[in-house]
Ligand binder design. Structure first.
Ligand SMILES: [Mg+2]
Length: 363
């Protein structure tokens, strides 16, 4: 199956409402969709979501990199040589992890279509039903309380609260939500690098003393501060998860060697695609570290690829794949389906994406 063409599109993703983390606020998202077309006319789908504040990738940079740099290296390659193609993608340049992730999705999609099996099956085949959390955007405590109650009513059993704005207000936010929902509801926090190490220890210890029963705290301190991350991990009982501190398999090894955290948050956009995410998960599993699979503001194309990976790996024990649920409408046909917090993987070969609306062709 020879790669004949690579098409790029811009995809509009109107949000149901503005979404805020400690890093930024997003009102409407746009991503880049890639379609790799084989000589036989089969189409592999992929998506790159820009994240200027995390990966440094913008849509323009993603599109330019694929069109001018990656496409000439991939045209004419045979999809059956999966490892050769992922090597070309990974070694094509440093950085550009979102563009690489999108290209790999489309390649794995075609590879699965060639084999006639869903991606999660040829990657290992662990399960085809998964459960995701729902993220509560950071705002004032009362608004977050209402959002949390609504999420529980929709069937979500795990809530991820965005914090990291201001210590006292963060404490109030978490306390308010914790007392508003049943003790059976799992609460995880994501500070998105918003605290300094000593502040993080102070606030997490206070939450522990109040019995707020947190499942974990994600990326309490700035991404590059691994000493600070380790300081937090060593001084609280709550498990600490690395997100922005973890991009590549090499980062994973460093975090393990330096004993910086308890859990990893893998995202395809940070890792640079399925091949690298698989490697991170393997390194983690060998070190006794469980993984969560997270996402940026992505449509169901990239989320389906992430869910296929999660369905293949026993060590991916947590999912934060809620981005399509935050959109005003879902422009993608096929792929995963949601029922409350439950995700079902498609049984179609490859990723199972069949089409998308709101696409504007670029190249
Ligand atoms: Mg995070």
């Amino acid at each position: 199956m020879i790669i004949k063409d690579i098409e790029l599109f811009q995809l509009e993703l109107p949000m149901e409402r503005a979404f805020s983390t400690s890093l930024h606020t997003v009102k409407e998202a746009e991503s880049t969709v890639i379609r790799i077309v084989s000589k036989e006319g089969l189409v592999g789908w992929g998506e790159a979501s820009p994240s200027e504040m995390v990966t440094g990738d913008s849509n323009a940079a993603i599109q330019g990199f694929i069109e001018d740099w990656l496409k000439p290296q991939l045209l004419g390659e045979n999809i059956e040589n999966l490892e050769k193609i992922t090597s070309i993608i990974q070694n094509s340049a440093i950085g550009n992890t979102s563009a690489k992730a999108a290209a790999e999705m489309a390649v794995y999609d075609l590879f699965g279509q060639q084999l006639g099996v869903p991606v999660y099956q040829f990657l290992g085949g662990y399960q085809n039903r998964l459960e995701t959390d729902l993220t509560v955007s950071v705002s004032d405590a009362q608004e977050m309380e209402q959002d949390a109650i609504r999420a529980v009513e929709r069937g979500f059993r795990t809530l991820k609260l965005k914090v990291g704005k201001n210590l006292q207000e963060d404490l109030e936010r978490v306390e308010t939500v914790r007392y508003a929902v049943s003790s059976e509801i799992n609460i995880r926090l994501d500070a998105n690098q918003g605290w300094q190490p000593k502040e993080a220890v102070e606030i997490i210890r206070e939450m522990e003393e109040l019995g707020l029963d947190l499942e974990l705290v994600e990326q309490p301190v700035p991404a590059q501060d691994l000493t600070g991350l380790k300081f937090v991990r060593d001084n609280v009982l709550t498990p600490i998860m690395a997100d922005e501190s973890l991009f590549s398999p090499r980062d994973a090894i460093r975090l393990i060697k330096e004993d910086c955290c308890d859990i990893f948050n893998i995202k395809l956009m940070k890792a640079g695609g399925l091949s690298q995410a698989l490697m991170i998960n393997s390194v983690a599993e060998a070190a006794g570290i469980q993984c969560m699979l997270g996402c940026m503001l992505e449509s169901k194309i990239a989320i389906t690829a992430a869910a296929q990976l999660a369905g293949a790996c026993r060590n991916i024990t947590r999912l934060d794949l809620d981005a399509p649920l935050l959109l005003a409408e879902d422009p993608v046909q096929g792929g995963i389906s949601y029922q409350g917090s439950q995700i079902e993987l498609p049984s179609a070969p490859g990723l199972g994406i069949t089409g998308a609306d709101n696409l504007t062709k670029i190249n």
